[in-house]
Write a protein of this length. Structure first.
Length: 310
């Protein structure tokens, strides 16, 4: 039996996603996440309709009272090749990468496009207190990416590195001045040293570590001091090739040095149609006495769901 979220029709409480209730440090946040279990009750406290087309959302990051959301607009879907070509299993497709700035009611108050040519798929994003870190990749595995640093006030974007792989999530370790990325399906962890200008140090090869776990494909990650990351995502199942997809979401804490998850827990929350709550952008934050999970799992006409633990 699957435990679905309470019906959301008619639920619209304070209709804000402000940071006012977030009042605990990183130690509290990590400990509270590690205290979660599959039986932890999540209470739906807000449902906020987003009043514009969000396309296919990817990552969340909070900067002050604003939430930033990365998203990919697909104008021509990728098509699989009958046989791999130049190491690729599909063509590049076409699209546009977006970074939206949202206010406390989910309204768009800023916007910038990111990427170039076939590189148009933003991934999970991170905010380090000064900069937003956003990867933009081709929409296919084993491809190419540009790593961006974005000013949350001006939305000026600076390319800080290029990678010969699909990077689907990015985290800045401010304690060790390193940048960390996850590949398509989070099968590989990358570590880059940053130089004095905050760009990838081209003189130091990246450290690439295979992910030893296979539970989640990470969709969004955020830095957790010291040397860790909170990662959220989904794994999808089909009983038969033609059966409907069932998505199971979860939260993990990942050690950025070893590239190994140190804690994993499922999140048994879905929308009415069975979409896993952690399918797309997710923020996990500490409140005065528990945890807050802010998610936007739906494409197009999205809603922001806010859950809290006791």
């Amino acid at each position: 039996m699957h435990r679905f979220a309470a019906p959301v029709a008619g639920i619209l409480l304070a209709a804000t996603v402000s940071s006012a209730a977030v009042a605990a440090g990183p130690d509290d946040l990590g400990q509270r996440i590690e205290g979660l279990s599959r039986s932890t009750p999540w209470r739906l406290v807000e449902t906020i309709p987003v009043p514009f087309d969000t396309y296919h959302p990817q990552g969340f990051a909070r900067a002050g009272d604003a939430i930033f959301a990365s998203s990919v607009e697909i104008t021509a879907p990728t098509k699989r090749y009958a046989q791999p070509q130049d190491g690729m299993d599909r063509d590049a497709g076409q699209g546009t990468g977006h970074l939206f700035k949202l206010d406390a009611r989910g309204r768009q108050i800023g916007h910038v496009t990111l990427g170039e040519d076939s590189i148009y798929h933003p991934g999970g994003i991170d905010f380090d207190g000064r900069w937003l870190w956003v990867p933009v990749a081709e929409y296919r595995p084993n491809s190419h990416s540009i790593l961006y640093r974005v000013d949350p006030q001006t939305l000026e974007a600076v390319a800080v590195g290029r990678v010969d792989d699909h990077i689907g999530g990015l985290v800045h370790d401010t304690d060790h001045n390193t940048l960390h990325g996850v590949s398509w399906g989070s099968r590989r962890f990358y570590t880059w040293r940053l130089d004095a200008d905050g760009k990838v140090d081209a003189s130091v090869p990246p450290v690439v570590t295979p992910n030893p776990e296979h539970y989640l494909d990470y969709q969004d990650c955020a830095y957790l001091p010291v040397g860790r990351a909170i990662c959220t995502g989904i794994t999808e199942f089909r009983r038969t090739p033609d059966a409907p997809v069932f998505g199971l979401g979860g939260i993990e804490i990942v050690d950025l040095v070893s590239g190994r998850p140190t804690f994993q827990v499922p999140v048994l929350l879905w929308t009415e149609d069975g979409t896993a709550m952690t399918r797309n952008p997710v923020l996990v934050e500490a409140t005065q006495g528990g945890l807050r999970l802010t998610a936007m799992p739906e494409d197009g006409q999205s809603r922001i769901f806010v859950y809290e633990t006791p």
